[in-house]
Design a binder for this molecule. Structure first.
Ligand code: AMP
Ligand code: MN
Ligand code: MN
Length: 313
């Protein structure tokens, strides 16, 4: 399955690993797991990644991340990104790579790179990274296990979504056998929140608007509000699921203002509507039940979105 990828790695010394912008648990878990595996193979390897929510700072290896790539290099390994324009590097940095490996689990993608493994039947890039690391014959140690566990846990809604398959659970069992710190990961990611985050949630609920007899719930929080609570851009995530959980909801949307003046749209579906179709129509992407895109004009783009959701309902 990964034979040609193995050859690319064998022929490479200097390797960079990257995932998508706005790194989530799967982006962070999969990249740093591969990072530790390649270190064991003696490679000169780095993860290039923008800043991310401080809740992930306890994860092993993340302090070694770099902000950019300032040299030519042999190999780029891209994880959890369906499209090379969503990678957290510039086109110039991408072009500095002699070869590119793409490992992804999104349903709709624009394949890139010299070697591709794309499988939307896998829960996460971390589940694919597990298979990839095994194929390299590297031992899954406690650090790698904890990182992969984190990616799978976060992308499957703590093993509750339909993407958590029997295979996923078999992988997770092996990660636990290899020392994944599951209790610690759950405590930090699912059971701990900053007070400011709770206040952000209160604001999101306060700002909530309901459309189509409760089938669509929408909330918007401006950048000024987020800044006023002392919350970093990356920590203003994870609101959408609360809206989706409300009885009768088919589509939940959370829009937040960003420091660059654009708006990040986060959509969740309960299964009746494929929100990735809506996101793609507005230049974004994602999965049937979780998708997103960027708005530039909050008023006009909001109206368009409400209309698009109405048509899908
Ligand atoms: P989020 O709501 O930020 O957790 O994003 C949910 C999913 O939507 C992600 O896993 C991505 O696959 C996808 N997604 C979010 N934003 C974008 C975007 N701007 N472009 C493409 N895909 C996106
Ligand atoms: Mn992701
Ligand atoms: Mn993912």
């Amino acid at each position: 399955m990964f034979k040609e990828a193995r050859e690319l790695i064998d022929n490479s010394k200097k390797i960079y690993i990257v995932a998508h912008v706005n790194p989530d648990g799967d982006a962070i878990g999969s990249t740093f797991a591969v990072y530790f595996a390649l270190k064991k193979l003696g490679k000169d390897v780095h993860v290039v990644m923008p800043s991310f929510s401080e809740v992930f700072e306890f994860l092993p290896g993340v302090e070694s991340r770099v902000d950019n790539i300032e040299e030519d290099y042999d190999l780029l390994i891209a994880l959890d990104s369906s499209d090379y324009t969503r990678l957290a590097i510039s086109e110039e940095e991408y072009n500095r790579a002699k070869k590119v490996i793409m490992l992804d689990h999104h349903q709709i993608s624009q394949p890139y790179g010299d070697f591709r493994y794309i499988n939307d039947q896998k829960s996460s890039a971390s589940e694919i990274a597990f298979l990839f690391i095994k194929s390299l014959e590297v031992e899954i140690d406690e650090n790698i296990a904890t990182l992969l566990y984190t990616g799978i846990m976060t992308d499957t809604g703590s093993f509750n979504y339909s993407n958590a398959t029997p295979d996923t659970f078999r992988v997770v069992a092996e990660l636990l056998e290899n020392g994944a710190k599951a209790v610690d990961v759950c405590k930090r990611l699912n059971d701990t929140m900053k007070e400011a985050k709770l206040k952000l949630l209160a604001k999101a609920i306060d700002n909530m608007e309901v459309f189509y007899n409760g089938k669509m719930r929408f909330t918007y929080i401006s950048y000024e509000e987020i800044e006023g609570l002392g919350i970093h851009d990356e920590d203003a995530e994870g609101i959408t699921n609360y809206l989706r959980a409300v009885e009768g909801t088919e589509v939940a949307v959370y829009v937040r203002g960003k420091s660059d003046g654009t708006y990040k749209v986060s959509m969740r579906s309960n299964g009746g509507v494929d929100v990735s179709k809506i996101a793609i129509s507005f230049g974004g992407g994602g999965h049937p039940r979780a998708a997103g895109y960027t708005m530039t004009d909050i008023q006009k783009d909001k109206e368009k979105l409400i209309k698009a959701v109405g048509e899908m309902l």
